[in-house]
Design a protein around this ligand. Sequence first.
Ligand SMILES: [Zn+2]
Ligand SMILES: [Zn+2]
Length: 295
Amino acid sequence: MHSKLLLAAVFTASLAAQNQPVLGEDTVKVSDHVWAIMGWPNIAIVVGSRATLVVDTGLGPRNGATIARVAAKLAPGDRKLYLTTTHFHPEHAGGDAGFPGGTILVRDAIQQREMELHGQEMIAMFAGRSPQQKELLADAALRVPDITFDTEARLDLGGVTARLLWFGGAHTKGDELVFVEPDRTLVSGDVVQNKVVPGIYGDGGTPASWLAVLDKVAALNPLHVLPDHSAPGDGSMVALEKRFIGDLRSSALDLKRKGVSADDAAKQLAADFKTKYPDWPSMNVTGFVRSIYAE
Ligand SMILES: [Zn+2]
Ligand SMILES: [Zn+2]
């Protein structure tokens, strides 16, 4: 089988794990220094000659411990382990207690502020969703980061550098992106997804700030993109995300000017966009159209 087709098959199979809150130990290689555990969410593991970086924790400490085990298997020996999180939501940041004691936790200052304001409340909300999630989150303890940064932190892992970036609000205020050089691999969190309608959580970013973030992401010129809740792809995902949000935003603002209500606009645009973007699996744009109306 052609390797691209094989990868596609692997990713399709792993999509079944996309909503399963217990992560497995299988990894997929994304680029020279980057591996991923595909699940809810996808976890990136960046391996250098001296240190390893994990991006996101999984839901609760048990998942965190699984990821730490996988990272140690990929890169055995006594080495530094860094951990960072794409945003403060519990399946991304609620598992840090499962990592070994010496793990160096890094995140942007705005994300940390959101964590302090809303982290516990989000854990309670997620724990209320099912007995399984409640159990997974039972021992969640939110650690204070060892390092916080404003717009960028560079981690030299040995032969590979991870740039931890805050470009502005999108899905949340504190969305962090990780750009791995020289691979040109972008770990994109919720900011760039693969054919998934975007969602702004609470008072996160705005559609306009999301577009501004995407301009900065495009300037990185990534070759590989690993999102948190959809399949990996190439750099064209950034342009597609930008086109979709720009298109939805200008169409919704048109309808707003004509006096159409947000919910009627969402209904009409869902139908239009199903035709415009036929290979997107779901087209529920209600939340995002409301965000556009509220801008
Ligand atoms: Zn989220
Ligand atoms: Zn998520």
